[in-house]
Write a protein that binds this ligand. Structure first.
Ligand SMILES: *Cc1c(COP(=O)(O)O)cnc(C)c1O
Length: 506
């Protein structure tokens, strides 16, 4: 009746031979070959283009994208060799010294090896019983992350997939804290339904929309607070909005402030915002996905350090802790708040000394061992190592700003944390700035730069102006890379300007 039974080895004398099994010798051989090629690949990165810039069609053709699922198996060594070649030759490399786009970090090698080890032991860090050492390592990692940024070390927290999830967990926790645990039974439309409000500046990352949507509040619950000239939340406007909403009978759930905005690295006035939240009795959540770890620097501003005053904080180890994707982290001042928001055990089940079952503290049930790679790199570098790497990224960004500022054809726009923004302005346009044309020019320039493979930056829009944005969260980037960037941008900028001038686009 069923195919393949004649090949089944369940009843052989040697025991079962599963199609996915690998004996120790072939695992060793294949694994060593893989490690060797990764070591060569990492070493070769500076000589490679940042991206080969293959077309969508080319990529699909490479993997024969339309082909059917293979009926039969293939040798593991052959498969890994093919996968290695595919990835090494057709990827965009965020470990490249000239990758300065978005907020994606270069991965720490010890993190790569940590993920390998974690997969080998395959712990389910949902329950302590299933992952005793791994669970305690995650507890310790969360505590060390809190210590690093100056947050109370007895806080609760857990690792999640990234900044978005960390922020979403923050909102789901704030929602239960504000409305009481009955909201978990009745939903927000229950008998005590009120108009719910979440406050966030107009510079907030798009996690806020996803979060209010997922939490059932809907995006209309967001009160968008305007920003000042430095793109920081306007605290007077925040205070007014809260007062107005409370008078109208609305229920504030949370203020979402940002420590390091994704566009320009702006840090909201957290000291003042914390005071507003304390006075109004509103949960303060800080999105420190990008900038939070810079609070570890001795030179960090008071506002950045004030993330320690928040009820919850989102951080992203896969950004400034240089963990390979994925690793986000949420910290919550009182760990019971997390349990109240996520656990389905009655509260009287819990005793002070019990082991941590992470499924009680977040949305996931089965959970991978994300903490290992972070735990390893926190120890390899230590606090001082991180302070140096993050400080160097910021220093390089400042140097880039100065370099750009010195260039006749470049207009430096902003510099905050490790983000520098600027744009190309053709010399003959300096006198009479045509903003629409400059936006078009810089947009096309970015396309061209990104596909050139010479360097990779991204963009921001500041006050309606389309600007180029270099964000350095990359311990491979050096002074030579920073010095090379303005020349590359100007060369492509001239070419795009010439092309636009000679076409009839204007
Ligand atoms: C990156 C980022 C996020 C989203 O984090 P992911 O890890 O991409 O999910 C949220 N907020 C800020 C400020 C960020 O920089």
């Amino acid at each position: 009746m069923h195919d393949g039974t004649e090949n089944s080895a369940i009843e052989s004398d040697q025991g079962r031979e599963a199609p996915l099994a690998m004996d120790a010798e072939s695992f060793r051989r294949t694994g060593h070959a893989l490690v060797d090629s990764i070591a060569d690949f990492l070493k070769s990165l500076p000589e490679r283009p940042v991206t080969p810039n293959d077309s969508l069609d080319a990529i699909r053709a490479l993997i024969d994208g339309d082909s059917a699922l293979p009926e039969n198996g293939t040798d593991s060594g052959e498969l890994l060799e093919r996968a290695t070649r595919l990835l090494f030759d057709h990827s965009l490399f965020n470990a490249h010294p000239r990758f300065m786009g978005y907020v994606t970090s270069s991965p720490a090698p010890i993190g790569m090896l940590g993920d390998f080890l974690a997969a080998a032991v395959n712990q389910n860090v949902g329950a302590w019983r299933l992952s005793p050492v791994a669970s305690e390592i995650e507890v310790q990692t969360v505590r060390w992350i809190a210590e690093l940024v100056g947050y109370p070390r007895d806080c609760g927290g857990l690792l999640v997939s990234g900044g978005n999830m960390a922020n979403i967990v923050g909102l789901l926790t704030a929602r239960v804290a504000a409305l009481g645990s009955s909201v978990r039974d009745t939903g927000i439309g229950g008998p005590n339904a009120a108009t719910l409000r979440v406050y966030a500046s107009t510079e907030t990352h798009t996690w806020i929309q996803k979060a209010v949507d997922i939490a059932g509040l809907g995006t209309h619950a967001i009160r968008w607070i305007p920003v000042d000239a430095r793109l920081r939340m306007n605290v007077d406007a925040l205070r007014d909005a809260i007062t107005e909403d409370q008078r109208a009978g609305a229920r504030p759930i949370m203020v979402a402030a940002t420590a390091g905005s994704v566009s320009t690295g702006a840090v909201d006035p957290l000291v003042e915002i914390a005071r507003v939240c304390r006075e109004a009795g509103i949960w303060l959540h800080v999105d420190g996905a990008y900038g939070g770890f810079a609070a570890a620097l001795p030179t960090a501003s008071d506002d950045l350090r004030a993330l320690a005053l928040a009820d919850s904080v989102a951080l992203d180890p896969h950004k400034w802790l240089y963990a390979p994707l994925e690793a986000g982290c949420v910290l919550v001042r009182h760990s019971e708040r997390l349990r109240e928001a996520f656990s389905y055990h009655p509260v009287y089940y819990h005793f002070g000394e019990e082991a941590t079952n992470f499924f009680d503290f977040g949305p996931q049930n089965s959970r991978g061992f994300r903490a290992l790679k972070v735990w390893l790199s926190l120890q390899q570098a230590g606090r001082n190592g991180y302070v140096r790497m993050i400080g160097d990224d910021i220093q390089l960004s400042r140097e880039l700003y100065e370099q750009v500022d010195a260039y006749e054809e470049l207009e430096a726009m902003s510099q905050d944390l490790s983000i520098t923004t600027f744009r190309y302005v053709p010399p003959n346009l300096k006198a009479e700035i045509d903003e629409t044309y400059l936006n078009q020019l810089n947009q096309e320039l970015l396309e061209r730069l990104q596909s050139s493979g010479e360097a990779f930056i991204s963009n921001a829009v500041i006050g309606g102006r389309y600007v180029l944005r270099a964000c350095i969260v990359n311990f491979h980037t050096g002074a030579n890379d920073i010095q090379a960037l303005p020349e590359i941008v100007v060369r492509h900028g001239r070419a795009v300007h010439e092309a636009l001038q000679s076409s009839d686009v204007r």
